[in-house]
Design a protein around this ligand. Structure first.
Ligand code: FAD
Length: 362
């Protein structure tokens, strides 16, 4: 039975998996990572996310299960634990027919359906009437979602891990099996959980070449439009996007964005930033006082993050590498928060499965 586990990665995937493992009281868990909550780095996707719950998984895929199973916990946090930095927020999603087949249109394909699979999952789902649609919009839905203040939520997850006995340490690995020597007990770990996101592309022993980045650029502002809003595309390019979400507990309002596949650029593109701000005001005029433009936005910071996309969807799988059981949980693209609990539950099930196998000799 694996009892000493090292989780590699302290993004939303690693911390959620470590927390669910620790809550079983069956495992001694060490989390090791190059980046921790509080850091902002291009190799660390989690702080840059909005983050909200806008399901995009195709019906019948594992990602649908992950998203479906994540909602109840996010809703519980929003209802019962204000200290987690998650709150309910109503959202509208607009659809333009002309966006079909563009990168952003494809990203939104499930989200914009009037009979979306998640209509029974989230509260207050409904199709918008014609009279509620702005000019140039062909359809839309609204429902109650959540928005997560990642600047509060990631440290909260880390605190929950500590409360449950998890030991958290910094380390940089060049090979996944190095983790086996980093358990806080000083003993060799029985099992490694790999939650290294996009870095699994280059991490020795994993080198998953189906991973690729989808660059996202955001502007964080103090303005509060009181609603979340997104639209299926823009007239500024097929890989640009427009979305607005207001974070809980003074976290500011995220204006996005873009979905630039295979773009590794870590620096802010100032022209794109201006397009994002203009489009967001167009989408939601209540962002600024009537008659005002982007000069009325109070900017906290600009940001760039790389979504860990993976051809074929996220990898939540078990394998044995040189005799060491490894459970992978990475490749959650632009949906790592909204899949977090479902994917971590699946990863914990794989750890349990590994525990049924004869103990590996390390
Ligand atoms: P990461 O957060 O990248 O964490 C990886 C961890 O592994 C880090 O701790 C890192 O230091 C560690 N690591 C990597 N390599 C090594 C190594 N060699 N040695 C040691 N440690 C290592 N998702 C949503 O659900 N909703 C949203 O609204 C949303 N909006 C987004 C907006 C933007 C602009 C972006 C960029 C992403 C958004 N996402 C959203 C997606 C979400 O942010 C990601 O899917 C998620 O953060 C991935 O988390 P992760 O833990 O898998 O990876």
């Amino acid at each position: 039975m694996p009892s000493d586990i090292v989780v590699v990665g302290a993004g939303v995937s690693g911390l959620t998996t470590a927390l669910l493992l620790a809550r079983t009281h069956k495992y001694n868990v060490t989390v090791i990572a190059k980046h921790m909550p509080g850091d902002y780095d291009i190799e660390y996707a989690s702080p840059w996310a909005g983050a909200n719950y806008l399901p995009v998984a195709q019906r019948g895929t594992p990602s649908e299960t992950y998203e479906r199973n994540t909602w109840p916990e996010l809703a519980r946090l929003a209802s019962e634990l204000p200290e987690a930095g998650v709150h309910f927020q109503d959202t509208v999603i607009y659809r333009r027919a002309k966006d079909v087949g563009t990168p952003t249109g494809d990203w939104f394909a499930e989200l914009i359906k009037a009979d979306a699979w998640f209509k029974e999952v989230v509260p207050n789902f409904r199709a918008l009437s014609q009279s509620e649609l702005p000019a140039g919009v062909d359809g839309g839905t609204s429902f109650t979602s959540v928005c997560i203040n990642t600047a509060l939520y990631l440290p909260w997850l880390a605190s929950q891990c500590l409360k449950h006995g998890v030991v958290v340490r910094r380390a940089i690995l060049s090979h996944i099996l190095e983790a086996a020597n980093l358990h806080h007990s000083g003993k060799r770990a029985d099992l490694i959980v790999n939650c290294t996101g996009l870095s699994s592309l280059r991490l020795g022993g994993v080198e998953d070449t189906t991973l690729y980045p989808a660059r996202g650029q955001i502007v964080l502002v103090r303005n509060d439009p009181q609603v979340m809003a997104s639209i299926s595309g823009t007239d500024d390019g097929g890989d640009e996007a427009t979305y607005i979400m207001h974070r809980a507990a003074g976290g500011g309002c995220i204006l996005g964005g873009c979905l630039q596949k295979d773009n590794w650029e870590s620096q802010v593109d100032p022209n794109l930033a201006i397009r994002i701000m203009k489009r967001c005001i167009e989408l939601c005029p209540k962002l600024v006082p009537e008659g005002k433009g982007i000069e009325a936005l109070s900017i906290i910071r600009h940001g760039v993050g790389l979504r860990p996309m993976r051809k074929g969807g996220p990898r939540v799988e078990r394998e044995v590498i040189d005799g060491v059981p490894v459970v992978h949980n990475y490749g959650h693209g632009g949906y790592g928060y909204q899949t977090s609990y479902g994917a971590a539950q699946a990863a914990v099930a794989l750890v349990e499965e590994a525990s049924q196998q004869p103990r590996a000799r390390l």
